[in-house]
Design a protein around this ligand. Structure first.
Ligand code: AMP
Ligand code: MG
Length: 327
């Protein structure tokens, strides 16, 4: 794979390519995105093609300038403005009624468009240089593990992209928090890099929409299966980890990997172990999460086990990704 020429730090070149309708993978503080001019339907169509992403899964549009918000949406509820004031630039995506300039392909035909202003300096520099809104879903094949380095993008999308703008590992490591509005009231559609607690400090209690148990998901980041390794992954309880548990006995003869938040003696009886932190810090865990999952996936294990994270702060986003990685 000619990754040397594909991976670059040339922001001006990236901007030029995007203006020409090409695809550029970009570093952001959440995960690497596969960027295209959001106003160019042909470029956006290629994003779906390269990712093998179903057309019912809408894209997030990235901007560096609030003026673009006013051009892309028709109304902004007070709570959305408060959230943007508090958390933009940052890992917050707002879903708002779209204006006519947003192609239907970007929103999968939905009346609302998802918009985010990233805080990553290189991404902001690029967005300012292009001076266009950039649609950018995570730069990975649909349903697979999200990329947190330029190399991850090159490994899975390779020649499908025209350039990969490299700026090292992503600092947050999980996707943005997606917030929609019901009659002006904020509702978390996907947990992510901005915690529910942070949001509630600004706008008070918010609801969060869980996956429907059956039937179509309302918003596709809410698909029950997503962010998944190839190796089967199961979420288990601490008691399942001991070598003489019913679960472990049922896996006898199979190689088992373990994903852990912090060091534990239970890790000793596994064939491969990824420990995300030394002290259980959830920010560090999020930053390490997808890369660790990727390493477990390429080691020769038949099954990955993971314990749920504490259900608070970034633990909510991590549990959400784990649940969707189960299969
Ligand atoms: P990704 O680009 O892989 O981070 O995924 C983007 C996610 O943002 C989608 O899968 C949805 O969950 C959410 N999203 C994007 N646009 C919309 C929209 N118009 N309405 C609701 N959710 C959206
Ligand atoms: Mg994605």
């Amino acid at each position: 794979m000619p990754t040397d020429s594909l991976i670059s730090t040339d922001v001006a070149r990236a901007a030029e390519l995007l203006r020409e309708g090409q695809l550029v993978a970009i570093a952001t503080e959440t995960v690497y995105g596969l960027g295209a001019n959001a106003l160019d339907e042909r470029a956006v169509a290629r994003v779906f093609e390269v990712k093998n992403r179903p057309h019912f899964d809408p894209l997030i549009v990235h901007i560096a300038d609030r003026q673009w918000l006013d051009r892309l949406v028709t109304s902004v509820p007070d709570a959305a403005r408060q959230l943007a004031d508090a958390f933009w630039p940052g890992p917050l995506t707002l879903v708002l009624p779209k204006s006519d300039i947003v192609p239907d392909l970007v929103t999968s035909g939905l009346p609302c468009v998802a918009i985010r202003m990233p805080s990553h300096p290189q991404a902001l520099e690029l967005l300012r240089k292009v001076d266009l809104p950039i649609a950018a879903p995570s730069a990975n094949p649909f349903g697979q593990i999200s990329p947190t380095t330029a190399e991850h993008v090159a490994e899975t999308l390779g020649d499908g992209v025209d350039l990969i703008l490299d700026d090292g590992p992503c600092s947050i490591g999980v996707e943005s928090t997606v917030v929609g509005f019901d009659d002006g009231k904020p509702c978390i559609l996907r947990h992510g890099g901005l915690t529910q607690e942070e949001i509630e400090r600004v706008v008070g209690p918010v609801t969060s929409r869980q996956n429907p148990a059956s039937g179509p998901a309302e918003s596709p980041g809410m698909l029950p299966q997503h962010y998944a390794p190839r190796t089967p992954l199961a979420m288990v309880e601490p008691s399942d980890l001991s070598a003489d548990s019913t679960l472990r006995k049922s896996l006898a003869g199979r190689r088992v990997g373990l994903l852990l938040l912090e060091p534990s003696p239970a890790a000793e009886s596994f064939d491969a172990v990824e420990v995300l932190t030394t002290d259980g810090n959830l920010r560090d865990a999020a930053a390490a999460f997808f890369a660790a999952l990727r390493r477990l996936d390429v080691t020769d294990v038949d099954q990955i086990l993971a314990l749920p994270f504490p259900d608070e702060g970034l633990g909510r986003a991590l549990n959400d990704r784990l649940r969707r990685a189960c299969h």
